[in-house]
Write a new protein. Structure first.
Lengths: 316, 557
């Protein structure tokens, strides 16, 4: 403790002399922090380039980027929402780069200026000790058996939950949400906030859980199962991008290469995400094994309308 | 307060400059952001383009109303709990008085977002209470009274400490006079002691109001469950939900600031309406009375409040930290130390986060303490001109949620034209904590100054003491206990601050708050709770040592 206290004070005294390491690359990343730290450590070991990490939710990462616009600090951004990457690309904020390691990344997971780190899917997370039957499809959760026992991340807060609502709307399941609302489904908070009540048993299932988080909890011994709905679901790829304002473009490119390398992709797989590369083995069902809802191309143009309809179903 | 003005213009000037750098500039950038949506990119394009839409929106009205309700509710609930306890503590011989003080410090050491999570894990269906007794209080918890209750359980100590200190200073002497004239003990308290404690009470209630309307964690977690939105959750939404809307966040913050300033004006009016000097010379502290037959019921009351405010949340935190899995519940085979091992083995940087937070808290407390004395001295003793501005500036941060202060600090200190900047160093966190917490030492010290009759200083000066000597021998000893108490508060709150830290922490730096938050975000609620438990123990033990020296100091004075 004494030692670490001394390091803390040392860090403070160093800080004022402006010794913040600017020669290294700075990565702003959405969770999970464990993955970001592992990737950064391995990258430094391999290349000698130090990585400064800022890890928060996608929302907080975006807020910091926006506030820092006058003097951008980040070189690389890893987000949990694909839409942030398309929007940044439209605003011309990104440095075009295609990594040689991206050859086996499917086309819909890359563009000229961003590429997926890994992919999550949305699913039903269900507690086997809840005394309910394992749900197999979205509509099951509107049944009386699950009355007031279902939570859902708020699509206004969670980018992936929004994708799910947009996907289900586009697939013609628009009667689903009024039925779920009538069945007492609780819509609150971001992804993690929806899962904790299910673990303790206050609720039985999460509608639209981010699957890798639930799989990680299961691996730690929690009583939780993941069900991929039979009528199909959506995936949430996690884009990586290099900001055009970077002063360390070459080092930043090396980092992207590393995340897409065999070693980097194995780290991604370890936290139960699907690796972006199809030739790296996943520890979970992959895109080819999952049934997907049809793509809703213009979802983001209609974001306001979709969210309005959604909240109307819940009487807000 | 109309007394002699003896302060030097130099001190006023220095205080004003420091306040401008620490408080006014970041807030100016927030205002600029509210007016010029593109300011983050360094452009003044499209001014006022946001204003109309935000002010007209239905949410804005509802959020403002809810914020007012919440602040008022928590103020009322806190005073109902704290004032009777403070009166009993200050005016009667309470067995274990010091122990109760320490116990009532603990709710303040528990980060509000952690306490709220503890309450949820305890009261929700299948929560700890239901596992133990078969009943759950989810309906109460997820309601307006539930939010007010949880927040009052956290904030009543602010009122308790301010009120009991003030009651003790007033002592029983004044009430005794009324007793001589035939008033009963209750009447004497209501008509004499309570009114004389008005400045301290009003100051602490204002703090509670400001804390409640800028609190994020509790309304965000509990309020979301029944659609109760306040301005702070609205601000956080515009900062987190895609697309990010900085101008809207800044506008909502301005609304919050206006609310706080109104409350501040009200408090100032109450505190300065009359003369509340009670320290007019060295008077022996009257011995406290005996409680007599009421000793057992009074102790039971203290015990109950202590258990609900301190014991229950701590037990919930400990239970979760000791559970192998959340879904395993309260079962013998589910008990394990793995979460504590994960923290103590320091594989994830937990110890470094703790060291960071404690160093930062210490520095912030020192800076804020000195700052607080300067501002309080200038506003109560300094030259009249500008003192109201200085007072308002020192109060301003109380009005804004941490996330807004953080935003202002980034906009200000990340300007590319600055030759040297604390941004992306640990000092930005010191700036953030001092800015957010400055009102605490200021409020406490101002209240202490208002109870010192200026004739004490005049007497010292007439007797030939230099201003420095007057300060050192007269008012420093008299205000020291209040300042130290406020610095303790700054230390504990800064050591666990979350919302601003999350946004401005230099890359790669964790504090206690951000570390715990990351643990919750990843799925290891147990690791987060283990860290929270250790941090609460540490933040309680460090001030305890200081509190001991405070007592010694008080006795000497």
């Amino acid at each position: 403790m004494k030692q670490t206290l001394r390091t803390g004070l040392l860090a403070l005294s160093l800080g004022i002399s402006g010794a913040a390491a600017h020669a290294d690359i700075t990565v702003y990343t959405a969770g999970p922090a464990g993955l970001a730290k592992a990737l950064a450590a391995d990258f430094t070991k391999e290349s000698g380039i130090k990585v400064n990490l800022f890890q928060a939710t996608t929302g907080k990462v975006m807020a910091r980027l926006k506030a820092e616009q006058a003097n951008p600090q980040a070189d690389i951004v890893i987000s949990a929402s694909w839409a942030t990457a398309t929007s940044f690309a439209d605003q011309g904020l990104l440095l075009p780069y295609t990594s040689p390691n991206a050859a086996t990344v499917p086309d819909f997971l890359k563009s000229e200026s961003y590429v997926a780190e890994g992919v999550a899917a949305l699913a039903i997370a269900w507690n086997p000790k809840s005394g309910t039957n394992k749900p197999t499809d979205w509509a099951d959760l509107a049944k009386p058996e699950y009355k007031s026992l279902v939570t859902m991340p708020d699509p206004a807060q969670s980018g992936s939950a929004f994708e799910l609502v947009a996907g289900l709307d586009a697939a013609g399941h628009d009667d689903l949400f009024p039925a779920l609302a009538a069945n007492g489904m609780l819509v609150a908070g971001a992804n993690k906030a929806a899962l904790t009540p299910v673990l303790q048993g206050a609720k039985a299932a999460v509608f639209g859980a981010v699957d890798y988080i639930a799989m990680g909890a299961k691996a730690k011994g929690e009583s939780i199962d993941v069900a991929f709905p039979t009528s199909g679901t959506v995936v949430a790829p996690r884009p990586m991008m290099i900001l055009k304002s970077t002063k360390h473009a070459d080092d930043a490119k090396k980092f992207i290469d590393f995340v897409l390398s065999d070693k980097g992709q194995k780290e991604v797989a370890k936290v139960y995400l699907m690796p972006a590369r199809t030739d790296v083995e996943a520890l979970r069902p992959t895109i080819t094994e999952l049934k997907l809802l049809p793509q809703s191309g213009d979802a983001y143009a209609k974001r306001g309308e979709i969210l309005d309809n959604f909240s109307k179903s819940f009487g807000h | 307060m109309a007394g002699e003005r003896t302060g030097s213009p130099l001190l006023s000037g220095m205080t004003a400059v420091a306040l401008v750098v620490v408080v006014a500039l970041p807030f100016t950038f927030i205002m600029l952001q509210a007016i010029f949506p593109e300011i983050g990119a360094g452009s003044f394009a499209r001014p006022f383009s946001h204003l109309g839409a935000v002010l007209k929106s239905e949410d804005f009205g509802i959020e403002t109303r809810n914020t007012l309700f919440l602040g008022t509710g928590v103020v009322l609930a806190s005073s109902v709990i704290a004032v009777p306890l403070a009166g009993l503590r200050a005016l009667y011989r309470l067995p274990g008085a010091l122990l109760w003080d320490v116990v009532f410090l603990v709710p303040f050491m528990i980060p509000p977002y952690i306490a709220t999570l503890g309450w949820i894990l305890t009261l929700q269906p299948a929560g700890y209470l239901q596992q133990l007794t078969g009943v759950n209080l989810a309906e109460f918890l997820f309601s307006f009274p539930g939010i007010v209750f949880v927040m009052a359980m956290h904030s009543f100590p602010v009122v308790y400490f301010a009120a009991s200190r003030s009651f003790a200073t007033i002592g029983a002497r004044f009430a005794d006079v009324s007793r001589v004239f035939g008033a009963g003990p209750g009447r004497a308290f209501w008509r004499i002691t309570l009114p004389l404690a008005t400045p301290a009470l009003a100051a602490s209630l204002l703090l509670v109001f400001a804390m409640s309307i800028e609190e994020y964690g509790t309304p965000a977690v509990l309020g979301a469950r029944f659609g109760f939105d306040v301005l702070v959750t609205g601000i956080d939404g515009s900062l987190s939900d895609w697309p990010i809307d900085l101008p809207k966040a800044a506008l909502l913050s301005l609304a919050l600031i206006v609310l706080s300033l109104l409350a501040f004006a009200l408090q100032r009016r109450i505190a300065t309406a009359r003369d509340f000097d009670v320290v007019g010379g060295k008077s022996p502290r009257a011995p406290a009375r005996s409680l007599g037959v009421w000793q057992a019921p009074v102790l039971a009351l203290f015990g109950l409040v202590a258990f609900v405010s301190t014991g229950l949340p701590l037990l919930a935190i400990l239970a979760t930290a000791l559970s192998r899995t959340i879904s395993g519940g309260l079962a013998l085979d589910n008990i394990g130390l793995l979460h504590f091992e994960a923290i103590l083995s320091d594989t994830t940087g937990a110890m470094q986060a703790m060291a960071n937070s404690f160093s930062l808290g210490l520095i912030a407390a020192l800076v804020a303490g000195v700052f607080g004395i300067a501002v309080a001295y200038v506003t109560t003793r300094g030259p009249g001109r500008g003192q109201r501005v200085i007072d308002a500036l020192a109060m301003l941060p109380n009005a804004a949620p941490g996330v807004v202060v953080a935003l202002g600090l980034i906009l200000l200190w990340n300007q590319p034209s600055l030759p040297i900047t604390p941004y992306n160093t640990m000092w930005i966190l010191v700036l953030a904590y001092v800015c957010i917490l400055l009102p605490q030492p200021v409020r406490y010290t101002v209240a202490a100054f208002q109870q010192i009759n200026p004739s004490l200083e005049a007497a010292a000066r007439i007797s030939g003491a230099s201003p420095m000597r007057t300060a050192l021998r007269i008012w420093v000893p008299l205000i020291a206990p209040s300042v130290l108490a406020a610095m303790l508060l700054v230390f504990t709150v800064a050591a666990r601050e979350l919302v601003a830290s999350l946004l401005v922490a230099p890359v790669g730096t964790d504090t206690i708050g951000t570390y715990i938050w990351r643990q919750f975000d990843q799925g290891s609620v147990g690791d987060g709770m283990a860290m929270a438990f250790l941090a609460i123990i540490a933040t309680t033990l460090i001030p305890l040592g200081l509190l001991g020296s405070l007592r010694r100091f008080e006795r000497k004075a």
